[in-house]
Design a protein around this ligand. Structure first.
Ligand code: GTP
Ligand code: MG
Length: 178
């Protein structure tokens, strides 16, 4: 018999780190250089044929970076089962914000069993390696473990690097829970 699972996944991170671009790349296979800030929250759906008896409806909640300063995240986070936390490899301030986002998640939402949501860390815009933080990135193995991420990836929405891998890592972790 076929079973269908609806998974609500949050995509968070500071302004302009590439959350919308990552989702558009993953769901629609497109990329645009043009920046239009998300207002509030946006949604996208991807249907995955997970195995011979499971179809996953992956609901991606694209939370505007500016929402970190608002009071709506608690509402947006409700019923979520996983998160992608994104920063921009070319801007250190967005890396510093990663822990603020993780804290915001862990203080406002949890799994049914009280455990924190599985979260994957994305170091986005890795096509711009020559700028920014790349020399510090080997440390992310420890950083991601120490702060409770289930994994981390260098990604590029522009070049389509590791987007699929990062999201698969998260879905695998979610599906392993029950
Ligand atoms: P908010 O909605 O304001 O929170 O921003 P966001 O995180 O959704 O960022 P968005 O996806 O809109 O991308 C911001 C800018 O970065 C856009 O100009 C994108 O084209 C650019 N961008 C996103 N991902 C990448 C990437 O992997 N590489 C490069 N070079 N640029 C990227
Ligand atoms: Mg956006």
């Amino acid at each position: 018999m076929q079973q269908e699972r609806l998974l609500k996944v949050l995509v968070v991170g500071d302004l302009g780190v590439g959350k919308t671009s990552i989702i558009k790349r993953y769901v629609h296979q497109v990329f645009s250089q043009h920046y239009r800030a998300t207002i509030g929250v946006d949604f996208a759906l991807k249907v995955l044929n997970w195995d011979h008896r499971t179809v996953i409806r992956l609901q991606l909640w694209d939370i505007a970076g500016q929402e970190r300063y608002g009071n709506m995240t608690r509402v947006y986070y409700r019923e979520a089962v996983g998160a992608l936390v994104v920063f921009d490899m070319t801007r250190a301030s967005t890396f510093q914000a990663v822990l603020k986002w993780k804290k915001d998640l862990d203080s406002k939402v949890a799994l049914g069993n009280g455990r924190p949501l599985p979260a994957v860390l994305l170091a986005n815009k890795c096509d711009q390696q020559r700028h920014g933080l790349c020399s510090k990135l080997p440390k992310l193995d420890n950083f991601s473990r120490d702060h409770g991420f289930v994994g981390w990836y260098e990604t590029s929405a522009k070049d389509n690097t590791n987007i699929e891998a990062a999201i698969m890592c998260l879905v695998q972790n979610i599906m392993a829970i029950d």
